[in-house]
Each structure stands twice: as structure tokens, then as C-alpha cells.
Design a protein around this ligand. Structure first.
Ligand SMILES: [Fe+2]
Length: 328
């Protein structure tokens, strides 16, 4: 009986939280206009953005496998993928879960993968680094697009990023204002306007330093994860009044619960165009959700170049994209 009351109390608390999130989002954020999802051009450069996979055990493997199968069968030819953290759930058996992730994602047929560590990876960053084979923080240059990726550095619910990493990000943003700039972090800045960022545990720690830069310099898109609540309850796009040049997109989650579906996002860039389209993908129904997809105007027209990514390290070193090291 006690258990039933406890479960009821927990469910009520979650529902209450969801209602608050929704109400907050309506008050605080200016939601970008929805767009139609038909008439997509086959010549687009498309990035699959997703996060928060974190199967608790093998019985939850089907969440990500459902998404990857949908991509393989219905969204062929995606050019790259961004994984905004929380690939695994626990420290225990992390190596095995990373191996499963790396094997599963091969089926999506996507050539380039850019990942960061979330708060769950931060429980064992050694396992993450061994599996993924990229540094915690790095940037990717592709055509005239610059993607700056920053991992969680501590195992706290907030995304904690050191001052040295912030200064590296700031320098890249300031020096690359002729490019289209994407930033990827596990949690979003406090003033992103995304509903989850009203909760201290759900945001980027010391956000103000990032926000001060964004007031003066272009950051076209900020991709984050961390908040699992479905896009039908908690809006996933925001273009707040304070940062009208930046579209914040919360790409969580793959992990399926009573309050979250198997969802991800496709970013579409068209050669020579300043218009970027971000589409919400519901992998269970295998369709894009027209009412939950938006257009965003970029600082400059997209140029694909060779489409080959170059990895830029915080040390200043540059390398051609390297294949992920999968260790047994
Ligand atoms: Fe998280």
C-alpha cells in the first residue's frame, strides 16, 4: 500500500513538473514558427542530432535500435550525426554499453559522428574516452560551418565547463564570425528560454559568461540534450528575445519512458541558403512532426565545401576526421 501511495505521489510530482515546464515555456520563450515538412530537397546537407540514449539494461536497447532502424530505412544519406551526451546510463559495464552503441549506430549508415560526454558519461570519463576516441572538447570545421563541442567535465547534474574551455569557445566564436557556428553542450544555458533551463540542475553552470558573448557575436544554433520530457509536453525550440540570432534546440531524448518518446532532430542546410530547417523526428511513428519543426535564418549562406570534416583540438592541432576507436 505504501508503495502504491509512493508511486502515485511520484507520478503526480512528475506531471506537476511537466505542467510547470509547459507553462514556463509559453511565458518565457518566443517560439519559432512551425514549417511544413513536405518538399524536402534531396540535395540538402543533413545532420542527425540526438542524445540521452542511456539504456538502463538490455531490455531498453530497442529504444536506440528503433531510431537507428528508422534512419536506415527512411532517412538514407544523412551526412553527419551529433550526439549531445548521455550515451550510457551507469558506470557499471560502461565499456560494454559503449560497444553496443558503436555497433548499433553503424546501421544508420552515417559517415561522420560528433559526440560529447553528458553527466552520465562523467561518471567514468575514462570509459567514454576509450570508446569514443575523441577528446572531451573539440571543434569540427565542415565547409563554412564550425561546430564547437564541449563535454560535461564533472559528474554533477549541471553541465560544468572549465574557464579554460570557455575561453577556447569564446576565441573560436569571435574569430569565426564569417562562418555558421553551432555549439553543442549537454545542458543548455540558463537563459536559453528552453523550459528545462529554469531548473538549476538542468542548465549549463556559469552560463552568464557564454550569454555575454552571445549578445555580441553570432552563434547560429545551440544544440543540447539532458531534458528527456517529450516534445509534445516540453517545447524543444527557443529563440529568446535576448539572443535573437541563436536557435536553441534540445534534442533529447532517445530514452523511452511514460513522459518521453523516441525522438530526435534533423538539421537541414541548403547550399547557398541562409535558411536552416530543424525537423522533429518521432521514431515510433516513423514520421516528422510538422507542428514541431522550425526554420531559422543563419548569419550567412551555407557552403558545403568538400563536406569532409576537419577536427580542431583546443591545443590548436588540426586533424582530418579520424575513425572511432572501438576497443574490445
Ligand atoms: Fe543528462
Amino acid at each position: 500500500m505504501k508503495d502504491i501511495i509512493k508511486t502515485r505521489k511520484k507520478t503526480l510530482a512528475i506531471l506537476f513538473g511537466a505542467v510547470i515546464l509547459f507553462a514556463f515555456s509559453c511565458l518565457y520563450s518566443t517560439h519559432p514558427r512551425p514549417v511544413e515538412t513536405e518538399d524536402r530537397d534531396a540535395g540538402l546537407f543533413r545532420i542527425w542530432a540526438h542524445s540521452d540514449i542511456q539504456p538502463v539494461n538490455e531490455s531498453e536497447f530497442f529504444h536506440y535500435e528503433t531510431a537507428v532502424l528508422d534512419v536506415a530505412q527512411n532517412l538514407p544519406g544523412l551526412n553527419a550525426a551529433i550526439v549531445a551526451g548521455d550515451i550510457v546510463y551507469a558506470k557499471k559495464d560502461a565499456d560494454r554499453y559503449y560497444r553496443w552503441f558503436l555497433e548499433t549506430r553503424k546501421n544508420a549508415g552515417i559517415p561522420y559522428w560528433f559526440e560529447i560526454a553528458g553527466n552520465h558519461e562523467a561518471r567514468d570519463l575514462g570509459a567514454y574516452l576509450r570508446a569514443i576516441g575523441k577528446p572531451l572538447h573539440y571543434a569540427v570545421s565542415m565547409g563554412n560551418m564550425l561546430i564547437i563541442l564541449m563535454s560535461d567535465e564533472k559528474r554533477t547534474p549541471q553541465t560544468e565547463i572549465s574557464q579554460a574551455t570557455f575561453l577556447w569557445w569564446r576565441d573560436l566564436v569571435m574569430r569565426n564570425q564569417d562562418k555558421i557556428i553551432l555549439t553543442v553542450s549537454h545542458a543548455a544555458p540558463a537563459k536559453s528560454g528552453l523550459p528545462a533551463s529554469m531548473f538549476p540542475t538542468m542548465r549549463l553552470a556559469s552560463s552568464k559568461r557564454f550569454e555575454e558573448v552571445m549578445k555580441r557575436y553570432y552563434v547560429d544554433l545551440w544544440i543540447s540534450g539532458h531534458n528527456h520530457i517529450a516534445s509534445s509536453i516540453s517545447p524543444k525550440f527557443s529563440r529568446p528575445v535576448a539572443f535573437p540570432r541563436t536557435l536553441f534546440v534540445e534534442v533529447a531524448s532517445i530514452h523511452l519512458t511514460a513522459l518521453s518518446g523516441i525522438e530526435s532532430y534533423v538539421l537541414e542546410f541548403q547550399e547557398g541558403s541562409r535558411e536552416c530547417r530543424v525537423l522533429t523526428r518521432d521514431h515510433q511513428s516513423r514520421r516528422f512532426v510538422a507542428s514541431r519543426s522550425v526554420n531559422h535564418t543563419l548569419r550567412t549562406g551555407f557552403r558545403r565545401g568538400t563536406g569532409e570534416p576537419l577536427i580542431l583540438f583546443p591545443s590548436g592541432e588540426k586533424k582530418a576526421y579520424f575513425l572511432t576507436a572501438v576497443k574490445g
